[in-house]
Write a protein that binds this ligand. Sequence first.
Ligand code: HRO
Length: 315
Amino acid sequence: MTSLATSIGGRTFDNCMMNAAGIRCQNKKDLDALVASRAGAYVTKSATPQKRAGNPSPRMHTLPNKGSINSMGLPNNGLDYYLDYVVDDQHKRPDATNFLSVAGTSLEDNLAMLHQIQESEYHGFVELNLSCPNVPGKPQVGYDFDRVNEVLDEVFKFYTKPLGVKLPPYFDLVHFDQIAAILNQYPLTFVNSINSIGNALVVDPQTERVVIRPKGGFGGIGGASVKPTALANVRGLALRLKPEIAIVGTGGITTGVDVFEHILCGASMVQIGTQFGYEGTAIFDRLAEELKAIMNQKGYTNITEFRGKLKTFDD
Ligand code: HRO
């Protein structure tokens, strides 16, 4: 039997694939569909303390070759909505672990939300999003290393439940060294890499205009073309983080082979964003079959047999 099961922080998941935050997870109907699907877990749309409408439309645009650009601007139903959902789900399915994403637009908001979660009966994972590229006037925290340190310092003064951070992509090995040195100081359960490649610009030559309205057309790129950047970040972090911190790999997954590559680079769990948006929950059936097929071909029966075992020409 080929198993796609995985574990993070002592919690087990029968499938190592799930949605990425923001994609088909904003309301109860979407989340119920994820629960009913073959995904190993779900993550809820990044929450702010209060409900937000997000940026004006058009704010997401499909790109050729399985890509997307978005500047949603954190539309969400507010923390209470998602916390109620995950606590209710926890009552129904006490053995299942899921992910509650939070993305305050200030340190104070993040701390207030984490205090509320700490005091609640929720005991699943929290994904602290330090990498939303699309809130006008709010830079991505993940690119300000001192600020990341300050945030985690404040958070771990009181937060004792399993916590991970969602990071932006980094593009220099020195930045991998610097962020890993900071993350390794804290009892993080996981890091999720990568968020969309922020502040890209897509131009429509016909109309001679940008394709999304917010921020003059600047937005985050997701989908197939970000896979090499995602794999580099997963691998770069896997080589530097302490073994207690698991890696959730996100970015550019459209096939089971892409999942295989993320795991080879060191991911314990993978998240699917853009392509899940295009295909819906049936994608988890397809990817599971495709991953099993490549594992069978290679004689692997579970993902720990190849996780992190990417070879280089120096091996
Ligand atoms: O809502 C968004 O615009 C958004 C968020 Cl929070 C994020 O983390 N990543 C992204 O591509 N879009």
